[in-house]
Design a protein around this ligand. Sequence first.
Ligand code: PGA
Length: 260
Amino acid sequence: MSDRTLIVGNWKMHLNVSQASLLLHRLQERIRISSDIEVVLAPSMLVLQPLSVRLDRRKFRLAAQNAYATDEGAFTGEVSFTMLRDLVHYVIIGHSERRIYFHEDLKTVRAKVAAAVRNEITPILCVGETKEERKNGETRKVLHDQVTTALADLTAKEVQDMVIAYEPVWAISTFQGILAKPDEAQQAMDYIRDQVKQLYGPKAAKNVRILYGGSVDDQIVGGYLAIPGCDGVLVGGASINYHKFSGIIDTAYRLHRKAD
Ligand code: PGA
């Protein structure tokens, strides 16, 4: 198990300011300060600012779910990484919902990763194949293309500081929601780390954090956290449920205590 487990809650387009504040308040009361676990919350853009003033920074960090790759300009409706840099530690980039619903292609994802790094925000790059691509034996090709393009503008040092989440599209609860077996997840995560090694060397491969995401909840999280080389989980649906999300964090604590 990883030295420090990263647990990211992607709240997607759920929870307004008061609902989000309430959930934060309850989680904050329940969660302890720990050097073993890093908990990151990714609320909607609108909620980031009000949550940041209520947040106990010893317990949580914030992530944005998206941003625009240009730092400033006439781009109606967009928010740039530059605008977010004092507010968030992380930003989720290349989530399958953005690739599928908002047609973000490899080039767009690459520009966003570069913009995040330029603005000193750590990217959480999401990669993963669709059910169709897996059926056609294209999983490795898809992961290869998504990983290599997204990281193309970065140095080895920048790559080693970032986070990559393997999220098979077919396992995400709002798509097919089929549970990936831990060994299926492991194969893909090993492949991603190997790609990083080939392109950026052993140090970047060792240090880059690789998460698993796709229908993770409090009942099954232990199986994924036990995967060798798994540095944590990216949680969607279960992260807006107080009991499920705090159960996920409890499991991570328990596993760390057992490992010590
Ligand atoms: P899920 O979502 O946990 O609801 O499957 C994961 C994600 O979309 O990041």
